[in-house]
Design a binder for this molecule. Sequence first.
Ligand SMILES: [Zn+2]
Length: 75
Amino acid sequence: MLDDIPLEKRSAYHQELYGCAEARAISEALYAGVNPKGSVMVAAKVGGKKHRTLKPACDSCEILLERFGIIDGAR
Ligand SMILES: [Zn+2]
């Protein structure tokens, strides 16, 4: 999914494939036959002092969200 995003535009989270929850969630939706266009995605930190803090998409995921027409609910 991230293969065509140039390396210099990928965030540190995406040094590994599917580094962020967003990419994984989009992939699973597509695999399940769901078109995510128009949906709202919200990611949150899990664990630690900032548990449940909303987390805006990283630079790479922002590109993915735009590409699939998904709204980042944390912004
Ligand atoms: Zn990301």
